[in-house]
Design a protein around this ligand. Sequence first.
Ligand code: TXA
Ligand code: MG
Length: 329
Amino acid sequence: MMPLDSNDLLKARDLLQQGDVVAIPTETVYGLAASIESEKGLRKIFAVKERPFFDPLIVHVASIKEAQSLAAEWPPLADYLARSFWPGPLTVVVPKASHVNSLITSGLDTVAIRFPSHPIAQDLIRMTGTPLAAPSANKFGRTSPSRAEHVRSEFPDPNLMIIDGGDCEVGLESTVIALGKNAEGKDEVSILRPGAVTREMLEETLERWWPQATVSRTESQASPGHLEHHYMPKIPLAIVPESTSHPLGRTMLDSIAAQLKRDAATEARELVLSDDAAQAAQELYGEMRRLAESGADLLWIRSRPDRKGGLWMAIWDRIKRAATVDLTR
Ligand code: TXA
Ligand code: MG
């Protein structure tokens, strides 16, 4: 990590205020930020990422008050969860205030808001004087960056300013939740994208002061942009049964090749994750990038049905979306 100069933050602030984009560290992954007040900056995010306009952006704030100013309605449950988990890796979807640019929300009437815990992200939001819209700083559909060098390899343009804040602590994108009612008319928290604020953590927190509320996991469609194939490394990733031996045998290589409709891989590398979920999450994207750039033409990972619950839910969600072949389903 390069030592950070306070002039860098001032320069980043100027760029953001002038309608440019800057890559910034957060505790989850690096973001490609623009001021929400700059239509030019917002458009540049989509252009640089080659991101379709149907995929809405998360707005980053540095206080709960700032979050409230973006919402047409700030439900008591949103407030309770924000106060429980912010600053941190939780994004809350609420009805949007009319002044929020519809480029951010892809025309939806809701806005996704997050208060990051990374001190550099917080400083930049405060210095810029407006919330910052920031998707992960990678080309659309690709693996998110958890280190400044990852951002540079995604966007080699030397004109893009990247603030190096070291390795991201979490390594996976934030948990995205929406608030609604369940079949009995009780409050319900829907997890649109799992992350480091886990289902169990949400349940435990609700149990204390909001015992009537339930938590559910909502699959892809409800979270626009959280597509089935996303977070893809540059070479195919295959999920294979747990009992598969290392190195991959001929039969396995052939069945993967048949599914990919191409010749069998000659350099297959195994993606091995730590037994410790927090460490596995932190390393996942870096390992996927390292292996994809190691001259291999196939990545594979053993399915581990025993690794479930907690943070593993988010880890497997990303692995499944990153995979081109899943021989376990
Ligand atoms: O950890 C993170 O959330 C990172 C860092 C940079 O903060 N950001 C991030 O942004 O992952 P991005 O653009 O890669 O993912 C944003 C996702 C969208 O694809 C969509 O699934 C969801 O957030 N989202 C945004 N606005 C939404 C809305 N109004 N309703 C439902 N989902 C929304
Ligand atoms: Mg992303």
